[in-house]
Design a protein around this ligand. Structure first.
Ligand code: FNR
Length: 366
């Protein structure tokens, strides 16, 4: 018996339903993470080591959590991050996310490895809707150049270059699900390339030689703001600022790449003071993703200096379980939580979300 949509009260509820109703292979691909999934769990537990220091007796009758990201407006400081293979979860794929994003005035990052074509996802957007492109860099740079310049022509407002995946991580749950489905492989004892799971099969074009030396080339082929997605240490945040890119996403790819990578929120807390001491804090925007499930997670990230956060799996789960209505509701739930969270910590707008509103001492001492 499947719960009614109205019985999903928060983003984690969608995950529980999706686990029950999704095809095993699809669930395996969406939910899996690298190796022992330690980083996947850390992405959640790191947020639980941060506490609030709410301000009282602030007039919070009206709260406004609208913001801008890369210079464009958003109704709330989260965006739908890039997640590949949307049609594993829903026959219509990524355009379902596009429509909800439009309805809620939320930014969507379009994945290189979307199930829908890039143009289908652009065409599904409403007037004025903001979309970004997530780029896996192809060994053939002529192809990469074509993808980037096409995206810019079609109105994309940001180029997010994924830098944490010179090779895709080993997601054993994904591999096992695939293996089970191919009973013949199990019987013959022969592992084929596809027995490595959905991830491996689609990613062989990604260029592992991508380096800092390539950044000026990207800057020369596009006017879109460039953001490096998958930065994991303060030294690289500083280097990104010096390279003149417009932003970084602190991210461990939802725990799907290097197991024992730290959480983005911890890297954020490490990075902001260093950027400040070097006078670089206004040189670039910092985004974080991984494990964001509650508005309180968003608030914590913004208090610690993030411009916005990316959310991945919850929208895939909502889409897989309930289609369009599910994604709509997931976004509405976050907005409701956000309004309450702002009121309860005593912040009237995102400009008032500052370090003093959190106690992050436990983040590093655990
Ligand atoms: C991803 N992610 C990802 N990132 C990217 O740069 N290119 C991609 O194609 C994908 N594909 C992808 C598929 C699936 C199923 C997942 C779950 C994730 C990573 C994604 O952008 C983001 O970093 C994480 O999903 C954030 O963590 P949460 O919100 O899923 O916990």
């Amino acid at each position: 018996e499947m719960p009614l949509l109205e019985q999903c009260y928060n983003l984690l509820d969608f995950e529980a339903v999706a686990r029950r109703v999704m095809k095993k292979t699809a669930w395996g691909y969406y939910s899996s993470a690298a190796d022992d999934e330690i980083t996947l769990r850390e992405n959640h537990s790191a947020f639980q080591r941060i506490w609030f220091r709410p301000r009282i007796l602030v007039d919070v009758e009206k709260v406004d959590f609208s913001t801008t990201m890369l210079g464009t407006p958003s109704s709330i400081p989260f965006y739908v991050t890039a997640t590949a293979l949307g049609k594993l979860g829903h026959p219509e794929g990524e355009v379902v996310l596009t429509r909800s994003a439009h309805k809620h005035n939320v930014i969507q990052m379009i994945p290189t490895l979307a199930s829908c074509s890039f143009d289908e996802i652009i065409d599904a957007a409403g007037p004025g809707q903001i979309q970004w492109l997530q780029l896996y860099v192809n060994k053939d740079r002529a192809i990469t150049q074509r993808i980037v310049q096409h995206a810019e022509r079609r109105g994309c407002r940001g180029l997010f270059i994924t830098v944490d995946a010179p090779q895709l991580g080993r997601r054993e749950k994904d591999m096992r699900m695939k293996f089970t489905e191919q009973g013949s492989d199990v019987q013959s004892g022969q592992a084929t390339d596809t027995s490595q799971g959905a991830a491996r099969a689609i990613s062989s074009f990604i260029d592992p030689s991508l380096s800092w030396a390539d950044i000026p080339w990207f800057q020369s082929i596009t006017k879109m703001p460039i953001v490096l997605k998958g930065v994991q240490r303060v030294e690289d945040v500083v280097r990104a600022a010096e390279a003149g890119v417009q932003g970084v996403v602190l991210s461990n790819h939802g725990g799907r790449q290097l197991d024992f990578a730290r959480s983005a929120i911890e890297v954020l807390a490490e990075s902001v003071p260093v950027l400040r001491s070097l006078g670089l804090e206004n040189k670039l925007e910092i985004y974080v993703d991984g494990g964001v499930r509650r508005a309180t997670d968003i608030l914590k990230a913004l208090c610690l200096g993030a411009k916005g956060v990316g959310i991945g799996r919850p929208f895939l789960y909502a889409m897989s379980a309930y289609g369009q209505d599910g994604v709509d509701r997931a976004m509405q739930l976050l907005k409701d939580e956000m309004e309450m969270g702002m009121r309860l910590i005593g912040a009237r707008n995102v400009g008032e979300l500052s370090e003093g509103l959190v106690d992050a001492r436990g983040l590093f001492n655990h």
